[in-house]
Design a protein around this ligand. Structure first.
Ligand code: NAD
Length: 358
């Protein structure tokens, strides 16, 4: 039988983190789960609604991963054996406007967790299956030309934004803690996620919400940038496989095998919204598409080669872009009570700064 784990999940009130907490609590009701999240603009306690009263012994702690004393106390008090590290500043556009928080949380915060876990692990060398999983991005590998092969785990790092540079720095630190101290670490680099609980600033929810409000649909540059889309539930299953079966010290790429041009994605969303939404202020939705000044340093293409996790751990994505987008659109249509309160005046100020020409 599987030994129950005591898991610390950082950033568990964010988009992927909260989906993962839901996945984990359903799959492993015997485990103890502590969520550590600072509740920045991107963190939302409501993403975890219902879980704290469930059979799981979920505990939510509002706090900062840079707070070493707090992290030490949580590791000790929870007798933690598994850290799943999502907490980060995650939005490229914000990293261009204000990079400071990215360096602090993504680099200093990851270092703080690693060092706290290192000291705790050294002091508690028991026959326990310790694990530290660091969640990272394919953006650390830089940008691809249309005919380049997809990123593998050995593609050299070439980050182009303050966000991806900060994530690359954190990936290097995790790697170094394995090689220098033997800390039981694992790294995953995944492509663009989408699905429920995705903050409105990100492309897919932004397009859905703007269609519902009859607002322009901003598309950067010529719309030809290519992303590989991964449905968040597929991602959570991949992380589960890495935690249980991954080889310590290794990196696993996770992708959805769904390369799509941004403009094609927006067209798919327009079609789905017209099919699924009962009333829309503007039809056809494509009339709302507005090309805006490109993001500085905008990477042209990302693509993940997920052969390693498929062959070694037996994981493959279940959703296609069509099936995943349909579920996502249905979720946003059913949950205006979730996303409406997030469109605060602070959010509008940010929005104006990014899409100056809309
Ligand atoms: P998110 O922005 O939705 O959530 C981040 C969470 O971290 C929030 O709940 C926030 O409150 C919390 N947080 C931020 N700073 C913190 C701090 N100093 N201390 C404690 N908590 C803090 O991000 P996401 O999209 O869920 O991404 C999760 C992880 O996955 C990140 O590490 C990100 O780099 C990585 N990733 C995301 C994607 C994607 O498509 N969303 C793709 C590849 C990798």
């Amino acid at each position: 039988a599987r030994t129950p784990r005591k898991v610390l999940i950082t950033g568990g009130a964010g988009f992927i983190g909260s989906n993962f907490v839901h996945h984990w609590c359903a799959a492993y009701p015997q485990d103890r789960v502590v969520v550590l999240d600072a509740l920045t603009y991107a963190g939302n306690r409501r993403n975890l609604a219902g879980l704290e009263t469930s059979v799981n012994k979920l505990r939510f702690v509002q706090g900062d991963i840079c707070d070493r004393l707090l992290v030490d106390a949580l590791l000790q008090a929870g007798a933690i054996d598994t850290i799943v590290h999502f907490a980060a500043e995650s939005h490229v556009d914000r990293s261009i406007l204000e990079p400071d928080a990215f360096i602090r949380t993504n680099i200093v915060g990851t270092f703080t967790l690693l060092e706290a876990f290192h000291q705790y692990w050294k002091a508690n060398q028991k026959p326990i299956d310790y694990r530290f999983l660091h969640i990272s991005t394919d953006e650390v590998y830089g940008s691809l030309e249309p005919n380049d092969p997809a990123f593998t785990e050995t593609t050299p790092f070439a980050p182009n934004s303050p966000y991806s540079a900060s994530k690359a720095g954190s990936d290097h630190l995790v790697r170094a803690y394995y090689h220098t101290y033997g800390l039981p670490t694992l790294i995953t680099n995944c492509s663009n996620n989408y699905g429920p609980y995705h903050f409105p600033e990100k492309l897919i929810p932004l397009i859905c919400i703007n269609i519902l409000m009859g607002k322009p649909l901003p598309v950067y540059g010529d719309g030809q940038n290519i992303r590989d889309w991964l449905f968040v539930a597929d991602h959570c299953r991949a992380l589960d496989a890495v935690i249980h079966q991954g080889k310590l010290g290794e990196t696993y790429n996770i992708g959805g095998n769904n390369e799509v041009k941004n403009i094609d994605l927006v067209h798919m969303l327009c079609d789905l919204m017209e099919e699924l939404a009962p009333e829309l202020p503007v039809r056809p939705c494509r009339r709302l598409i507005t090309f805006v000044k490109d993001r500085p340093g905008h990477d042209r293409r990302y693509a993940i080669d997920a052969t390693k996790i498929t062959t070694e751990l037996g994981w493959t994505p279940r959703e296609t872009i069509a099936s995943g987008l349909r579920q996502t659109v249905q979720w946003y249509l059913a949950h205006p009570d979730w996303w409406q309160p997030l469109l605060s005046s602070q959010y509008q100020t940010y929005y104006q700064r990014v899409y100056t020409s809309v």
